[in-house]
Design a protein around this ligand. Structure first.
Ligand SMILES: Nc1ncnc2c1ncn2[C@@H]1O[C@H](COP(=O)(O)OP(=O)(O)OP(=O)(O)O)[C@@H](O)[C@H]1O
Ligand SMILES: [Mg+2]
Length: 308
């Protein structure tokens, strides 16, 4: 559905995208992850035809998106990072306005507005002025705008950031509903637990390159790394200096009295960890092993990328 090959983009001399490539399959959710300033919005704006790129090849739904020849793509929807509305309008008025400037016949607009308000669950608030909306409600309205005219591909730039857990949950469910309806979704986020919940595929953008692109499942399998969480009765002051030199320990994170030990060789860890802990001579209250989540993997991969 989307195919990007060796895409580059510079702002002046600052090369933000240094030749990125990835593919997004039809009917799937692809999440582009990256730190602040990684180039997520830049990528979104290029793919939606809002800004130009320097080099590379972009195919969207089988059609090439040429340089210096951006046409309005009519089968895509876009929810930008900070959607701007005419906030003195009500949601109804705003959606009618969008329909009108899109050149859609009035009867069709009317039908669509009703349908969209239903989909994003804003019907009860549609007669309120947008300035009275909460962030979550504005984001839902932004989604309704992105869904106008029933696009095949929907681009969502940070759809859940700045939302409280309940609104995030609502938006994520709406995104999953879109997928159920056969849409292809390309979203960017730095909320990794959200990406983990909804994405089928993940791309990690860092320092202008894609350091991973593939199935979320594959990413987790490949980079799975067990973590031991240990709670001590009192904090073992000497833990960092003692454990830092152990080969099978990758990293140690400390959170109050809880210590998380990231290991790179589970077999050696299983054999030796109890022994190493006992050497600290601090009573242990709890001890458990867990698998790392997307956030752990992300931090590790980005760190590795920095060391290259
Ligand atoms: N119009 C512009 N002119 C010059 N530099 C820009 C412009 N837009 C973005 N940049 C720079 O390009 C880099 C990537 O920005 P971009 O907004 O794409 O990142 P992002 O991954 O979306 O970040 P965030 O998570 O903060 O939204 C940043 O260093 C930014 O300062
Ligand atoms: Mg951004």
């Amino acid at each position: 559905m989307i195919k990007v090959t060796n895409l580059t983009k510079k702002y002046g001399i600052h090369e933000v995208l240094k030749g990125i490539s990835f593919k997004v399959e039809k009917g799937t959710i692809y999440g582009l992850l990256g730190r602040n300033g990684a180039g997520k919005t830049t990528t979104m704006n290029i793919l939606t035809g809002l800004i130009d790129y320097d080099d590379g090849e972009i195919y969207i739904d089988g059609k090439i998106l040429k340089r210096n020849n951006r046409k309005t793509l009519n089968n895509i929807g876009y929810l930008p990072e900070s959607p701007a509305f005419y906030s003195y309008l009500t949601a109804y008025e705003y959606l009618y306005f969008i329909g009108e400037i899109s050149g859609i016949p009035y009867q069709k607009v009317k039908m669509q507005v009703e349908e969209l308000l239903e989909i994003v669950k804003l019907k009860d608030h549609a007669k309120k002025k947008i300035q009275e909306y909460s962030r979550g409600m504005k984001q839902k309205l932004g989604l309704a705008v992105a869904l106008f005219n029933n696009p095949e591909i929907i681009f969502l730039d940070e759809p859940t950031s700045a939302l409280d857990p309940e609104s995030r949950h609502d938006i994520l469910n709406l995104i999953l509903d879109m997928k159920k309806n056969g849409k292809t979704i390309f979203l960017s986020t730095h909320i990794l637990s959200d990406a983990e919940r909804v994405c089928d595929y993940i791309g990690i953008l860092d320092n202008g390159i894609i350091i991973f692109s593939g199935e979320l499942r594959e990413l987790k399998q490949k980079y799975i790394q067990p973590i031991y969480d240990i709670t001590f009765e009192t904090f073992p002051q000497n833990i960092k200096e003692k454990f830092n030199n152990i080969e099978w320990i990758d990293d140690i994170k400390i959170n109050n009295d809880k210590v998380s030990i990231y290991v790179n060789d589970i077999e050696r860890a299983k054999k030796n960890i109890i022994n190493e802990i006992s050497k600290l001579k601090v009573p242990v209250i709890s001890f458990q092993i867990r698998e790392n989540n997307l956030e752990d993997i992300f931090i590790r991969m980005v760190k590795q990328n920095e060391n290259i």
